[in-house]
Design a protein around this ligand. Structure first.
Ligand SMILES: Cc1ncc(COP(=O)(O)O)c(C=O)c1O
Length: 372
């Protein structure tokens, strides 16, 4: 086989990123600095956010988000089981308890109905994930009256009406890792309704140091002496990643158009295949990010399909293995049937702006051929 393996996720980077990086190199400044400030301003402006704090990963953004809620030790936080491990890890490392709940079969999203039976007197927050970039029904979940951490790792371009995902909960987080819609290599960040939380996050992200020596040098003598507000890891970003982010922001709309185009081709081409179910469509008033294309087989041949595609140079995967099924979370006794079914029948097939028309045609052909 001469074809290069087609990856399931991906980002599109090019010379625009190089130009931005070059200015940081020319300035002999590659650590956190002016590019980080600029990205934070531009990103928050695009999303209509009050403020945004760039970090070194979405995983650390989740950790910081839980930390900033300042919940009593042992508080329960409800989250979908059908999500990335960092969601649960962020809760556990903050001495809270993850309470896994099921997702809706059609949307793969957590709903007020799946959350409600899990609420106890010890529930102190809800963590939601906009799976694939299809927005969760925030209004109904907000009506439950608990603080919400909104994981918008898949949803950087998603909106409910005019509100961007990530901007509607108490704290929103994003991931900008190498395969995300806006990719910087490794990166992420948080935003919050309450500006004081972002102010606190700004101190915490650099080992809990209230003000770096450089920041303090304009206001006091002995600026090198610092106060530490809390124990914290170092989770600061750098200007190389921020430079890539600045270039990625400029091309986000173009990349999103391409994602949507591929999505629409798949939806149309797979419409009348009767052996799997296409992903849910968004309602016309909202906006999707098309992070991934998730299909559900109606038969038990999912693994066979994945292997067939792999053998033909198309890499697929399953996002996510339900967390409650992983022994370390001590929750294997739970029965969360929709997520468990998704674990058997779900498959993410390639969707990203680096796919050529030829790749898309090839993928469609191979999928049709599998059950032809
Ligand atoms: C839903 C979700 N949340 C959070 C993260 C963590 O992001 P990062 O890889 O930037 O740490 C991911 C990573 O893929 C994710 O899928």
């Amino acid at each position: 086989m001469n074809r290069k393996m087609i990856s399931v996720f991906g980002s599109k980077v090019g010379k625009e990123e190089l130009v931005e990086i070059k200015t940081s190199l020319d300035n002999q400044w590659i650590g956190i600095g002016s590019k980080t400030d600029l990205f934070e301003k531009q990103f928050s402006k695009r999303l209509g956010l009050k403020d945004f704090l760039l970090l070194d990963s979405g995983s650390n953004a989740l950790y910081l988000a839980v930390k900033l809620l300042n919940l009593p030790k042992g508080s329960e936080i409800i989250l979908p089981t059908f999500t990335w491990i960092s969601c649960a890890t962020a809760i556990i490392l903050n001495d809270c308890i993850p309470v896994f709940c099921d997702v809706d079969l059609e949307t793969q999203n957590i709903t007020a109905e799946t959350i409600a039976p899990k609420i106890t007197s010890n529930t102190k927050a809800i963590m939601i994930v906009h799976y694939a970039g299809l927005p969760v029904d925030m209004q109904k979940i907000k009506a439950l009256g608990l603080p919400i951490i909104e994981d918008a790792a898949h949803a950087v371009d998603s909106k409910i009406g005019t509100d961007y995902c990530g901007s509607m909960g108490d704290i929103g987080i994003y991931s900008f890792d190498g395969i995300k819609n806006l990719a910087v290599g490794e990166g992420g960040g948080i935003t919050a309704q309450n500006p004081e939380l972002i102010e606190m996050g700004r101190k915490l992200r650099y080992c809990g140091i209230e003000k770096s020596g450089f920041q303090a040098s304009t206001t006091k003598n002995r600026w090198w002496e610092y106060n530490v507000v809390d124990f914290m890891f170092k989770m600061i970003p750098d200007d190389i990643s921020a430079s890539i982010g600045i270039a990625q922001l400029k091309k986000l709309d173009t990349n999103q158009k391409r994602r949507k185009q591929i999505w629409n081709i798949y939806q149309e081409q797979f419409y009348d295949l009767d052996w799997f179910i296409n992903p849910a469509e968004i309602n016309p008033y909202d906006q999707h990010s098309y992070f991934t294309y998730f299909i559900r087989l109606k038969n038990d041949r999912r693994d066979e399909l994945a292997k067939y595609l792999l053998d033909n140079g198309i890499y697929t995967t399953l996002r996510y293995q339900p967390l409650h099924m992983i022994p370390i979370y001590n929750s294997t006794h739970l029965k969360l049937p929709n997520s468990e079914l998704l674990n058997e029948v779900g498959l993410n097939i390639p969707l990203h702006p680096n796919l050529t028309d030829n790749d898309v045609e090839y993928i469609i052909g191979k999928i049709k051929e599998f059950n032809g």
